[in-house]
Design a binder for this molecule. Structure first.
Ligand SMILES: O=c1ccn([C@@H]2O[C@H](COP(=O)(O)OP(=O)(O)O[C@H]3O[C@H](CO)[C@@H](O)[C@H](O)[C@H]3O)[C@@H](O)[C@H]2O)c(=O)[nH]1
Ligand SMILES: [Mn+2]
Length: 738
């Protein structure tokens, strides 16, 4: 039991963070220094007589202008950060006052997103400490797969034992896999579970897991389903000629209906519904946003709960009290009535100790969310988000009328889920032509037009006057997986970056439309995120230009140590890095790896996203939402646990990174040689040598992967050779310019 706080019954509190004043003071000082740097650049360009100095002066000005913009907008996150606390023990004891909750879980591919994982997520959410009759879990299957439906049918049966088991023994880890693998839970006397009971439930789980895995491996449910009623649920797969995930009718299966289904001891079960929306090749289906909009409508016909939780299929609940924490905001009479969203941070459990890939995303997920919470609230992050359903249908003061009115957020459902009338309507609203000529995706529901539908939807909802809050309890509310190979990590970032560009290059551009529709500071936060890909401009320039100049023994472009302006560069570099480290709030290694990943993304994901985006706009190619694989290869997992970079595949992402590694090492060695042979003085080469050395330090894992490593995760020789050749070519082409 949580301790009751001496807080006089408040549901939540908020307080400003202690660093706020320091951050503000620092921001002003740094901003003045940036101004000085710009003046310095301007002066250099105007007064220099040599062509190389003039040209490179302009290039550095461009790099520094981008850095200055990104730095300035980034400070906004640090000026009003707040911390919140909730007291669910102060909620009314009368559960009948709690609003109903519809939980949406999205899955898209049974081979990339193993159904046992989906089942674990679903079970953990069904087992919430929440009035059972008010809880419904909807699973959207964009894979249109009978394997996923089969897994959920199995889960529905297992849930009848699992839910009472969890509640009886007050288990906290309610995703079975997490429970059975957690050492602390297996100290059963402590949680009061007799060995026999534990063995029994474990046996049931393992049998279910085996059946699901067998079916997935064989790719068919034949022989595994004998019950006639269950077989009828699969009929659509057999009866639809040419059934593919991209071409099939709507499938809705009520797997559990709360009113009629009882668990082992006769108590009610939550509702569990499987939905695979209609897909036709000729009609755009808008990826996850499209799936979520179908769930919004289908759930409206069946339960229409005023609260909605959206969840990725690999993000399971890690705390059964999470909905009660969300209620501490939604049920608080003192809370703004324009509260649309309570966002919990997605926490990733597969991350290794040093967080090699910066996959924790600590800055955007935790730090910046606290910062935005002091303005209009954090961005929507796709998973772990409790929405007020009403927020999808107009601003806080205006309603968008809905057709049919049965799916409006005000409609009260009073018929059984199984009634023919309800089912017909559910099928109809799950159809892919339903949205044609409507405001779905443009003015209401989850918004279309960006591959980061979460970011885009949160932004657009806030433009309408809604706000969000960030709820970050000590025990993570949700745990999920994140990519464990470098290629997957960079690819995911490329997808997000394309999505960001979709937002900035739209009529809802945060820097134009946003600043006029919401608190301009909040709009700048959104602007900062949408412009993430432009980080690539300064990083590419600083990774190549000073180094190529050093190789060519050209030093006209960099300040001498004895030049007083040099100290401005030192302050700007150190100020930014040290402040960043203090703000990051994690171990030094994790912070270092995170800044390294920022460089790697800026060299690969961001520029490739820019190129792909432009190609798409010119109609030369099209991109889609490539779902991240959640299947773990055991060797890769081992290397990941040991914090070793996973290259392995000949990915185009590795080419620019390897080129930068080669050029920096080359420049560093050349500079050192010149210094040792006394051809150059330290005063002159220092700044370039420092940058090259910093590059080499960051690229260390690349040299190992290219030269030393023998395992399967090393850099493919094709990439090493290709990048060496290209680096040499860049040197040849540019050397005449110095
Ligand atoms: O056509 C699609 C594509 C994806 N998904 C689901 O979307 C979720 C996220 O996909 P994933 O491949 O795991 O992408 P990530 O990049 O890991 O997801 C992050 O980024 C997405 C895009 O911004 C957000 O939607 C997610 O919530 C957020 O966790 C998964 O549950 C998928 O099943 C669909 O339902 N339909
Ligand atoms: Mn994911």
């Amino acid at each position: 039991m949580e301790k009751v706080q001496p807080n006089g019954g408040v549901l939540h509190t908020k307080s400003a963070m202690s660093r706020t004043w320091f951050n503000r003071l620092f921001a002003v000082t740094y901003l003045i220094s940036i101004g000085a740097l710009m003046y310095h650049h301007y002066h250099n360009i105007v007064t220099s007589t040599r062509r190389v100095a003039k040209t490179s002066g302009i290039i550095f000005l461009l790099a520094d202008l981008v850095l200055a913009f990104m730095w300035t907008t980034r400070q906004i996150f640090r000026l009003w950060p707040i911390r919140r606390q909730v007291f669910p023990e102060n909620l009314t004891a009368d559960e009948s006052e709690y609003p109903a909750l519809d939980v949406f879980v999205c899955t898209a591919d049974p081979y990339k997103e193993p159904p046992t994982g989906v089942v674990n997520t679903v079970l953990s959410l069904m087992a919430y400490d929440y009035p059972t009759e008010k809880l419904s879990v909807y699973v959207s299957d964009d894979g249109g797969s009978q394997l996923t439906l089969f897994a959920l049918m199995e889960a529905a049966e297992f849930a009848k034992h699992w839910l009472p088991f969890c509640k009886k023994h007050n288990i906290i880890d309610r995703a079975p896999e997490a429970f059975f693998t957690s050492q602390t839970n297996l100290c059963f006397p402590e949680i009061g579970v007799a060995t026999a009971q534990l063995d029994q439930i474990k046996g049931m789980y393992e049998r279910m897991e085996m059946r699901i895995n067998n079916v997935v491996e064989r790719g068919s449910i034949d022989g595994y389903v004998t019950d006639e009623e269950a077989l009828r649920a699969f009929a659509v797969w057999h009866n639809t000629p040419g059934f593919t995930p991209q071409n099939h009718p709507t499938i809705i299966q009520i797997l559990l209906e709360s009113a009629s289904e009882k668990e082992q001891f006769g108590h009610e079960m939550p509702n569990l519904v499987y939905v695979s929306r209609e897909k036709r090749k000729s009609i755009l289906h808008n990826y996850k946003a499209g799936a979520l909009n179908v769930l919004l409508r289908v759930s409206a016909t069946l339960t229409n709960a005023p609260l909605v939780l959206t969840q990725d299929c690999d993000m399971f609940s890690n705390d059964p009290k999470t909905p009660l924490r969300a209620l501490c905001y939604f049920m608080d009479p003192k809370m703004d009535s324009n509260l649309a969203l309570v966002q919990f941070p997605p926490i990733f459990h597969g991350i290794n100790e040093d967080d090699t890939y910066g996959a924790e995303f600590r800055e955007p997920i935790i730090n910046n969310s606290c910062g935005m919470d002091g303005l209009l609230g954090p961005t929507y992050m796709g998973s772990g988000a409790f929405f007020r359903r009403r927020a999808f249908f107009g601003s806080p003061v205006s309603n968008i009328p809905l057709q049919p009115s049965d799916i409006s957020p005000h409609h009260i459902v009073n018929k059984s889920m199984h009634s023919a009338e309800v089912m017909t309507l559910a099928q109809q609203v799950g159809g892919c032509s339903f949205e044609v000529q409507t405001k779905w995706g443009s003015e209401m529901g989850f918004r279309y037009g960006s591959l980061v539908e979460d970011f885009n939807t949160g932004y657009r909802i806030q433009c309408q006057g809604w706000r969000s809050v960030f709820c970050n309890p000590k025990r993570p509310a949700f745990l999920g997986g994140s990519p464990i190979t470098l290629h997957d990590t960079l690819n995911q970032m490329k997808r997000w970056s394309i999505g960001n560009l979709d937002v900035i290059i739209s009529k809802y551009n945060p820097l134009l439309f946003g600043v006029l529709s919401m608190n301009p500071l909040q709009a700048f936060c959104y602007g900062h995120y949408s412009l993430w890909p432009i980080w690539s401009i300064p990083v590419i320039i600083y990774s190549f230009l000073p180094q190529l100049a050093l190789i060519n023994s050209s030093h006209a472009i960099s300040p001498k140590v004895t030049d007083p302006w040099f100290f401005l560069y030192v302050f700007l570099f150190l100020g930014s890095y040290v402040h960043d480290y203090i703000e990051y709030g994690s171990t030094a290694k994790r912070w270092w790896n995170n800044q390294r990943m920022w460089m790697m993304r800026s060299l690969s994901s961001f520029p490739l996203a820019l190129i792909e985006y432009i190609q798409e706009r010119c109609g030369l190619s099209s991109f889609g939402f490539s779902v991240t694989s959640k299947v773990l290869d055991s060797e890769q997992s081992k290397r990941n646990a040991n914090c070793i970079f996973e290259f392995g595949v000949p990915s185009p992402f590795f080419v620019p990174i390897s080129m930068a590694a080669i050029i920096n090492l080359w420049a560093f060695l050349h500079g050192m040689k010149q210094l040792i042979m006394r051809n150059e003085s330290l005063e002159v080469v220092f700044s370039q040598l420092f940058l090259a050395g910093f590059g080499v330090l960051n690229c260390w894992p690349l040299y190992e992967a290219m030269v030393v490593r023998k395992d399967k995760g090393k850099m493919p020789s094709k990439i090493t050779l290709g990048s060496t050749f290209l680096a040499w070519l860049v040197y040849l082409v540019t050397s005449s310019a110095f």
